[in-house]
Design a protein around this ligand. Structure first.
Ligand SMILES: [Zn+2]
Ligand SMILES: [Zn+2]
Length: 319
């Protein structure tokens, strides 16, 4: 009896380790393939764009959550019911409502504005629009993100306090992508995502492609599974790089990019140590930050003028 239980446990662990090896190198290309299929479908059936977006995101998140459950990279960083219900879902709900309201207001404004505006990118070749869209988003995102971290005066102190909520958790898993203060979410949505759209006037299919790549990388960056991207880490920001950004050690909290590593490489804030995770993540209450599960304190945190020590970088590259 005992030996049959041991044999079955052994088979289970063998199956899990084979699955972990497949996921390690195979999941990232598989997700790109899924993205390409969804984008191809949206090109063929543009009237079903909203449904495609929903299916694309839901399947991806479900697959990532399943992998985190079966083959977590670091159990100490894993999702728990307490954190999920008392912290993560509070922010998911608040950000969903805030961004939903903002989108409704902006959509109304966009109808009025678009009647008079045709940007310089309208009608350009699709590939050019996608590349320019990604580069413009990434340049703004890098500048804003790094500015928030390198707090100096009252404005950047406010911006850092808003952004710090994303850095509070001492864990890292896929749901963490949605744990943001609503101020931070609105500022990024307005100035980094929507402003260039209005000014440059991209075509909808170009927006679909580059925003899908941005959403994909934002989501997998917080993935708690040991997937490897190899040399692609020098092109795209994935979990191997973004984990360092959440490090509790300020000199490791680099990699400010969201999708591309370009600006981290150029400005020497790129950190990559293959196979070596950061020792600890997050921010501590003893340094003046809210506790791990304190949604009200977290929501009120940006309202204080009192400076808190930011996760500053010392601008040195470790490649
Ligand atoms: Zn950050
Ligand atoms: Zn993050």
């Amino acid at each position: 009896m005992n030996s049959s239980i041991e044999t079955s446990a052994h088979v289970d662990s063998d199956v899990t380790s084979v699955f972990a090896r497949i996921v390690k190198w195979g999941l990232y290309p598989l997700l790109w393939l899924w993205l390409a299929i969804c984008i191809g479908y949206a090109f063929t059936y543009p009237d079903q764009l909203a449904q495609v977006q929903m299916v694309k995101g839901s399947v991806m998140v479900a697959l990532l959550l399943f992998c985190e459950w079966v083959v977590p990279y670091q159990r100490r960083w894993g999702m728990t019911w307490r954190y999920l219900l008392k912290r993560d879902l509070v922010f998911v709900a608040i950000n969903g409502a805030t961004l939903g309201l903002l989108s409704t207001l902006l959509a109304t404004g966009a109808v009025i504005v678009s009647a008079y505006t045709v940007g310089p990118m309208s009608g350009q070749p699709l590939i050019l629009q996608v590349v320019v869209g990604l580069l413009v988003f990434e340049a703004l995102q890098y500048g804003f993100h790094r500015g928030m971290h390198e707090s100096r005066g009252p404005l950047t102190n406010f911006l850092w306090r808003s952004h710090a909520i994303h850095h509070l958790p001492q864990q890292l898993y896929v749901v963490m992508h949605a744990v943001f203060h609503p101020f931070n979410a609105v500022i990024v949505r307005l100035f980094v995502q929507l402003l260039p759209l209005w000014v440059l006037g991209f075509d909808p299919m170009a927006v679909l492609i580059y925003s899908s790549v941005i959403a994909f990388h934002g989501t997998i960056s917080h993935f708690n599974v040991d997937i490897r991207m190899g040399w692609l880490n020098y092109l795209f920001i994935g979990p191997e790089l973004h984990r360092y950004h959440h490090s509790a050690q300020s000199h490791e909290a680099m990699n400010f990019g969201s999708t591309l590593t370009l600006f981290d490489l150029v400005f020497k804030t790129f950190l990559y140590r293959p196979g070596v995770p950061p020792e600890a993540l997050g921010l501590k209450p003893e340094d003046g930050y809210p506790a791990q599960v304190a949604p009200i304190d977290s929501l009120l945190f940006p309202m204080s003028l009192q400076p808190v020590s930011a996760l500053k970088t010392d601008s040195r590259a470790t490649v």
